[in-house]
Design a protein around this ligand. Sequence first.
Ligand code: ADE
Length: 273
Amino acid sequence: MRLDVVTIFPEYLDPLDVSLVGKARARGRLDVHVHDLRRWTYDRHHTVDDTPYGGGPGMVMKTEPWGDALDEVIAAGYEAGARGPALVVPTPSGRPFTQEVAVELSQRPWLLFTPARYEGIDRRVVDEYATRMPVYEVSIGDYVLAGGEAAVLVITEAVARLLPGVLGNAESHRDDSFAPGAMANLLEGPVYTKPPVWRGHDVPDVLLSGHHGRIARWRRDEALRRTALNRPDLVERCDPAAFDRKDRETLSLLGWASEPDGRFWRRPRTVEE
Ligand code: ADE
């Protein structure tokens, strides 16, 4: 997979040399190119922003540097043999970046990131490239960062670990929180390793039992418990058919009640509870 990042802070992307993404690059699974947007400015101050039409606070990134940069970066990618570019625009106004979007992006051969500073990029830039390629405007969460570079790091890491041959053990994806499948919409439960007792804290007996069926059940109950506590919205969104009898029992013990259609909703706690 080829990645191009155009930014006014190229050094912000230095962590792409480290850890999993660094290894993916070393193994040739990721071909990363970081470009300084100011290379495509032609005035003495290397201006990339200007005041917004219509007034208001902040500055808007200008069309010309982005257009010139993207044209050249796209041409260079094609020249190097890359095909099928997609533009990834990190912005708090984008659609939520979820595991599902990560999987979709991991299946593309070439991602072009345009992390913005200030109030964002003049809209015409996205409109222009949307005529040539798919555009993913994505937000990594309901908070506002000073710029999109940290979001590029987040998205790249989530995507890179899905590429074949990047994670040591392909099975590692299987139980990820948010992975598709039986545990879809449940968060991963707690995990343990040796020693069996640490500062008086035991590893749960069931995990030492060697009984695969009971271990799987315990893991599912823990996943349900954690999801119900931390992400009740995910439980409410679950397909009722995904819950077995034991799931229902666990949820009702946690104070959840079911609708006639099987969907669960959080029962308000009474004072005694
Ligand atoms: N840029 C600023 N805030 C952001 C966010 N939450 N997600 C993606 N890009 C951003």
